[in-house]
Design a protein. Structure first.
Lengths: 503, 910
């Protein structure tokens, strides 16, 4: 769509502005338990007997109601997405990509052929090869290889499709994360969650449509840009929900201002704004009134959904949560609650997977053991719990990092690292997807004997993005936004849907 | 489905109607206009296959010569004057689906076919897009009406008549006061100024108000906020750990420039090429930080060249988007899909920026060192002494060295390393025992000193500096000792000449070969302080050394590489920097119909001459459009970022050109004069109420039958509340400040920096001074659509969300302002609650509070007082402290103040 067409459509939609506003008002009356909003309504409802019509069937930015649910161009299998990003890039060689041949080379100098023309983040000179730091076995009917570090997850391998030959061209964290989530290694493009909420809106207007949860003590390396809205309107940026402090920034009333007072003050604001509307006749004022009503409802809905204490004990046991703490397991339980409540896109970042081995905390045989343990139960529980609720079919779950790890042991600054670790590796790493119409119990792609290069089924970030969009009902080539005179898309000029992993 | 259908019908009907009108208009004697009639069809239906990205069948419509050339099939797609012989017409009218164009898409409409046919018949005249043609003086419409106040209004009025709309009357004085103050200074006027204006019955009252606002120092702060989005100004570097960057002096430079009303051409010249001015002042250097706002990647193991190039590309894109409202970034990978820019023209333009000294190292060299007053005096004295005792040119060399540590070579540029390695961020060379570091091809003419910045934690090391070979002649032998700090080594030797390889060796007896011993940052090959035998040498030399080695904050600036090290620029195949193809020289796109001004050098200074020439069609239009958008909410051309053929066409093209012409000629690039003209217009001064007719005919106010009514910007919202609550600290300039922000917002990896709230009134500084962390900008500003400022942001798209309501309702910073507002009402506005609310409302809006609203707010007060009477703890919490305000009445007044600050008319500019 050109900017001009977009504008025409906008004008057209705006012509029906009043109708929609009335809808919002009624909608509010119907859903609002406390009847807030009843006050300013009379004049608006009067004389209008028309039924509300859903005019949001095509993608265009409606400044008054940017997040109303919209239908995708074709029926998608998935309704929502939970993306689990292990920031720092976990080692595929210790989790899913079993390489017995690599064990045989353990401790030997890396062959020159693997180093020629290569650029590494930290490896200098000739490093040693490093065998898998885990035992592996095959599980499930799909006979998928999983390491001993993931005893729980090994029981659900028949739910997932593994992508074993994912590749990227970015060997630094921030650019690689950006490429994966925004389709560009440079800052400035909208993130996948922004695209999805722009395209589909969200089903629960009392909650943000695109929620971000972080754990591991730091934000992902690319900062908030990995959930930024880029050139899309800022309303589509991810909203960070937090387990400490306000669950959504500024959602809590100031101390001492109880709900009755807040209700009274929003009522007063809206009453006065209604009077302002009568004087100025500007529909923007009506929009503001409905935003304040929505804010009030969000103040109830968000803390409710963000509170995991009311979950039964068996759920806590299943996920391995630690109520009151900030951790990955809690976030993953929240993710389930959020999609259950109609949130469109839930993005988790768990920081601390950068297994260089320059200290114990990031050593494959020390710190990473704790990281595996911190996710194993939770990711397993997520799949099982979604399944038992009948949500797995319509929830696409994605797990992975931004790149992989080298089969060589890192030798930072040309000297052996004190702990066992691996450098960043772009050519091949593992990612898995489950639910949302993805094939169950399948492995796509293969790497060579030491997990260095893809042998078959090579997949790029763009292909993965195209596949996610496809499952949501979008042709990634047609799903564009006009900006700077050209249609932009998440997958830029690349991307092929990975049909083999679609059920 | 049904809905979709009916919408489509509506849309189609609308388009049909437009086409019929166009048809009626075009048929008969009217000639088809390429830009208005033909180009839109080509852009929409043809060019994605036959344009800058693809040229299927060997046919492209991007440039005239391509369109008229023979296609792959040997046929001519377009034969001017002969539509029936033109392959294009044959193909668009063909019935065979395999032949018919657009291939596998809907056929062109009859009208579209008719336009293209007549166009070819009329000789297929090519036309240029309006925005690429030089700005000409435009005739002002000859209309008369009492409503009209200046030429702007004549353009607007003429168009309103065409649209059968009537302009609105002038807004109330109170409304105008608030509107123009927020627009020109971004905040409310001082009480004195407000009173002066409201009591002034002189016909010039408004004009006098405008002059006062334009002269206010707060003017610069408001307009800097706009510019800093374009300049992607931030206080951090961007990637991963997102470390701080000291570059606020640039922000202050922008504020000062707006306040001084620095002519826009000069404003741009200094920012693009201040360092290349004949005798650059400190401020000229700081101005060039404009393009040092590009991000810097300090992440471990990054390829510095990759991110240096990323910065250069960012500078090219920013220059086009911010200054010329043109999307140039497409041209990085291929010719522009729609607009007449060729692939290699991108790289020619890039060559202007490809020769600067910065190399994406964490030190952000070159940086302009900020001497404090004492050092500044010493510096002046040393330089004066060199001028008197040596030469002007040597004084310049010493000045550059002391202010910027340039020229220098980063250690990571070492040509080969033995027992040494480039570590971490690829910036520092780590040296171990028996190391040899080779610096290749150093120009040694007049060089008599090597300066090296280093750190060592091992005693007893010996550094030898040799030339030509690892065992070549020794220029210096120096013992290195530990000091716990970064140190400087000055190796002095007799004056050298010619080009040499320099070898630096490190020996430390007793140290194992694997122990990390020494870290090298940069080397500078320079001359010793001249004037050795002149009186005062020793004192000046001591001062010189002190100045050179002082640890000082420094602002990243632009500087060129020394002539011998000029970088070559290549075209990147499909934008990939690793795939370099042909070499190009600096140059500007050929399609804008005017070349570099005669005699302009092929560097950034020459580029500024091209940019600020009156022939440049884009620079003046872009800034005029932008200023208009700031006042009216929408640009004359809505897409500020793109005035090309795909942008939304301007609603009042003649007005845009008229103002652009005037800016360059009558106003001599003075933005204050241009702004004054805009705000003095009747168009701007109109009342902003909507009639039902306007709602129906012009909901978005594209024709200006009413005054602007738009939501305030993130900065205006904060600044306004600081004014209302009376806490505003008007202090200007200096390092960024940190107002209240919730816990846990900053969590960058490998970065322990914490947000520590500013004290002593610094927490109440204007929004423009708020610390801007790229990966986590100040959340309440983000909520109101402020960008992250990672890249140039040409336009903030306003949204309206519940999260915004939550900010002004609940953010502690806003609650704090509500408290101060409440205390102010209590203290200054009388004893009775109604008086207090009424007065408070007047402080916000200058107009009397309508009775109905007073009733609503009073009821809220009464209800809340009763609530607080039941709850002493809540009362204390809302009142904030257990002080004289800890009582139900005062707490309730805070709630009312908080509500008043959330009224639509307060969040909006009316």
């Amino acid at each position: 769509m050109t900017q001009k067409e977009l504008n025409d459509q906008r004008l057209l939609r705006e012509a029906q502005d009043a109708v929609r506003h009335m809808h919002t008002r009624r909608h509010f009356l119907r859903e609002s338990a406390m009847g807030l909003g009843a006050l300013a309504i009379g004049s608006l409802l009067g004389g209008c007997g028309r039924r509300q019509e859903n005019v949001m069937s095509s993608i265009a930015f409606d400044p008054a109601h940017p997040l109303l649910p919209k239908s995708p161009p074709f029926a998608g299998k998935a309704r929502s997405v939970i993306y689990l990003h292990m920031a720092g890039a976990p080692s595929q060689l210790e989790m899913f990509d079993y390489k017995p041949e690599l064990m045989k080379m353990d401790g030997q100098d890396c062959p020159g052929s693997l180093l020629e023309g290569k650029q590494f983040a930290f490896i200098r000179g000739v490093p040693k090869m490093l065998g898998p730091q885990a035992k592996f076995a095959q599980y499930g009917e799909s006979r998928a290889w999983v390491s001993e570090h993931l005893p729980h997850f090994s029981t659900v391998v028949d739910e997932v499709s593994f992508l074993k030959a994912v590749t990227t061209d970015q060997f630094n964290h921030a650019p690689a994360q950006l490429l994966l989530h925004t389709g560009s290694a440079r800052l400035g493009r909208p993130s996948m969650g922004s695209w999805v909420t722009y395209g589909l809106g969200t089903e629960n207007q009392n909650l943000p449509g695109f929620v971000v949860l972080t754990s591991g003590g730091s934000f992902p390396d690319a900062g908030k840009s990995v959930w930024g809205s880029g050139f899309l309107p800022s309303v589509y940026q991810g909203v960070q929900c937090r387990s400490e402090g306000d669950p959504v920034l500024f959602i809590g009333d100031p101390k001492g201002m109880n709900r009755d007072i807040r209700k009274a003050s929003i009522e007063a604001i809206n009453k006065a704004n209604q009077q302002e509307y009568e004087e100025y006749n500007d529909p923007e004022i009506l929009s503001r009134i409905s935003q304040y009503e929505m804010a009030y409802r969000m103040q109830i809905a968000a803390p409710e959904v963000m509170n995991i204490n009311d979950e039964p004990a068996y759920i806590h046991e299943m996920y391995g949560t630690r109520p009151g703490k900030s951790c990955f397991a809690n976030n993953i339980l929240l993710a389930r609650k959020l999609v259950e409540k109609g949130v469109r896109y839930v993005q988790l970042f768990d920081w601390g997977w950068d297994a260089h081995g320059d200290g114990p905390y990031n050593a494959l045989n020390v710190g990473m053991i704790n990281k595996y343990r911190s996710i194993d139960k939770a990711i397993t529980a997520l799949l099982l719990d979604l399944k038992q609720r009948g949500l797995l079919e319509e929830t696409l779950v994605v797990w992975g990092g931004e790149f992989g790890r080298t089969p060589m042991m890192e030798n930072r600054n040309g000297q052996q690292n004190p702990y066992k670790g691996r450098d960043h590796h772009t050519a091949a790493f593992t990612l898995w997807m489950a639910g949302g119409g993805i094939r169950r119990g399948f492995t796509y792609g293969e790497t060579d004997e030491i997990g260095y290069y893809p042998v078959s089924g090579k997949v790029e970030a763009f292909d993965m993005q195209a596949t996610i969009l496809n499952q949501l009902g979008f042709d990634h080539e047609q799903f564009t936004y006009p900006f700077q005179g050209r249609p932009f898309r998440l997958t830029d000029v690349s991307g092929k849907v990975i049909h083999d992993i679609i059920a | 489905m049904k809905v979709l259908f009916s919408r489509k019908i509506l849309l189609v009907a609308g388009i049909l109607l437009a086409i019929i009108i166009a048809y009626l208009f075009l048929s008969g004697p009217h000639r088809v206009d390429y830009s208005a009639d033909v180009k839109p069809i080509l852009n929409k239906k043809c060019i994605s296959c036959h344009g800058g990205v693809k040229a299927k069948g060997g046919f492209s419509l991007l440039f005239q010569e391509e369109a008229l050339a023979k296609t792959k099939s040997g046929k001519y797609a377009i034969i001017p004057g002969d539509p029936s012989g033109s392959e294009m017409i044959r193909r668009i009218t063909n019935k065979d689906p395999e032949e018919r164009m657009p291939y596998r898409h809907e056929p062109l409409s009859k009208e579209e076919i008719s336009i293209l046919t007549r166009w070819i018949k009329q000789g297929a005249p090519w036309g240029d897009h309006w925005a690429y043609l030089p700005v000409k003086e435009t005739e002002v419409p000859e209309v008369e009406d009492d409503w009209i106040k200046n030429d702007i209004d004549k353009f607007i009025y003429a168009r309103l008549k065409e649209e059968k709309l009537e302009p609105s009357a002038e807004a109330d004085k109170t409304v105008l006061l608030r509107r123009v103050s927020l627009d020109l200074t971004g905040m409310l006027p001082s009480e004195k100024l407000a009173r002066q204006f409201l009591n002034n019955t002189d016909t010039n009252a408004y004009s006098m108000l405008v002059d006062s606002l334009l002269a206010s120092p707060h003017f610069g702060e408001r307009w800097a906020s706009m510019w800093l989005d374009l300049a992607r100004y931030a206080d951090t570097k961007g990637y991963e750990s997102d470390q701080g960057r000291t570059i606020w002096q640039y922000r202050d430079w922008v504020i000062r420039a707006f306040n001084e009303d620095k002519p826009y051409d000069r404003f741009l010249t200094e920012q693009i090429a201040g360092d290349l001015l004949p005798e650059p002042s400190d401020a000229d250097y700081i101005a060039t930080a404009f393009h040092r706002n590009a991000m810097n990647n300090d992440e471990g193991g990054t390829d510095n060249e990759e991110f240096r190039i990323a910065s250069v590309i960012d500078r090219v894109n920013t220059t086009w988007e911010a200054l010329m409202g043109t999307t140039f970034s497409c041209v990085q990978c291929h010719s522009h899909p729609y607009d007449p820019f060729r692939h290699d023209e991108y790289y020619k333009f890039m060559a202007f920026f490809n020769n600067t000294r910065d190399e994406d190292v964490p030190g952000e060299y070159p940086a302009f060192r900020d001497f404090n007053d004492t050092l500044r005096q010493q510096f002046d004295a040393v330089i004066r002494w060199v001028k008197e005792n040596a030469s002007e040119s040597q004084a310049r060399t010493m000045t550059t060295l002391l202010r910027t540590w340039q020229p220098a070579i980063n250690s990571n540029k070492a040509d080969s390393l033995v027992n040494a390695v480039v570590i971490g961020n690829n910036d520092i060379v780590l040296v171990r025992n028996h190391a040899i570091i080779k610096l290749k091809g150093i120009e040694m003419d007049n060089v008599s000193r090597m300066v090296c910045r280093f750190f060592t934690n091992k005693k007893g090391g010996v550094l030898r500096t040799r030339v030509d070979a690892p065992d070549g002649p020794v220029l210096g032998t120096n013992r290195l000792d530990t000091s716990g700090k970064i140190q400087f080594l000055l190796v002095d030797f007799p004056v050298q000449s010619g080009v040499h390889d320099v070898y630096i060796t490190y020996e430390n007896p007793g140290l194992k070969n694997t122990v990390d011993a020494l870290y090298l940052d940069w080397f500078s090959f320079t001359e010793q302080l001249p004037g050795k035998n002149k009186p005062g040498y020793e004192a000046n030399n001591n001062a010189f050394r002190k100045l050179l080695t002082a640890d000082l904050p420094a602002t990243p600036v632009m500087m060129e590489r020394v002539p011998g090290q000029k970088r070559k620029t290549h075209v990147f195949e499909r934008g990939n920097w690793r795939e370099k193809t042909k070499e190009v020289e600096a140059g500007v796109p050929g399609s804008l119909q005017y070349a570099m001004p005669a005699g302009a050098p092929k560097n950034r200074m020459g580029l500024t001459q091209w940019l600020t020439s009156k022939q440049n069609p884009l620079v003046s239009r872009t800034i005029v459009n932008r200023l208009w958008e700031q006042l009216f909410g929408t640009g004359i051309a809505e897409t500020l970022e793109d005035m090309g053929t795909q942008g939304i066409p301007p609603t009042h093209r003649e007005l845009l050109d008229h103002l652009s012409w005037k800016l360059m000629n009558d106003h001599r690039w003075s933005l204050k004069k241009l702004l004054k003209e805009m705000v003095m217009s009747a168009t701007y001064r109109q009342d902003s109420k909507l009639t039902d007719e306007m709602k129906e005919k012009d909901l978005f106010n594209r024709f200006y039958a009413r005054g602007p009514r738009i939501r305030l910007s993130a900065e205006q919202i904060r600044d306004q509340f600081l004014c209302i609550s009376g806490v505003i600290n008007p202090k200007m300039y200096g390092p960024p400040v940190k107002p209240w922000q919730p816990e846990g917002i900053w969590l960058s990896p490998y970065n322990g920096a914490k947000w520590e709230m500013s004290k002593n009134g610094d927490q109440y500084r204007r929004a423009v001074y708020t610390y801007w962390k790229r990966s986590s900008p100040y959340p309440s500003m983000m909520g109101f659509d402020a960008p992250q400022r990672n890249v140039c942001n040409a336009r903030r798209i306003r949204t309206n969300t519940p999260l915004q309501a939550l900010i002004t309702l609940n953010d502690s910073a806003y609650l704090d302002m509500a408290r101060h507002f409440a205390w102010r009402m209590k203290k200054e506005a009388g004893n009775n609650i109604q008086q207090q609310i009424t007065k408070g409302y007047e402080w916000m809006l200058y107009k009397p509070l309508p009775q109905a609203k007073l009733r609503v707010l009073t009821e809220l007060y009464i209800k809340t007082v009763n609530e607080f009477k039941k709850d002493a703890e809540s009362t204390c919490e809302v009142a904030g402290f257990n002080d004289e305000h800890n009582n139900p009445n005062d707490a309730a007044l805070v709630v009312v103040a908080n509500a008043m600050m959330n009224l639509d008319e307060v969040i909006m500019k009316n």
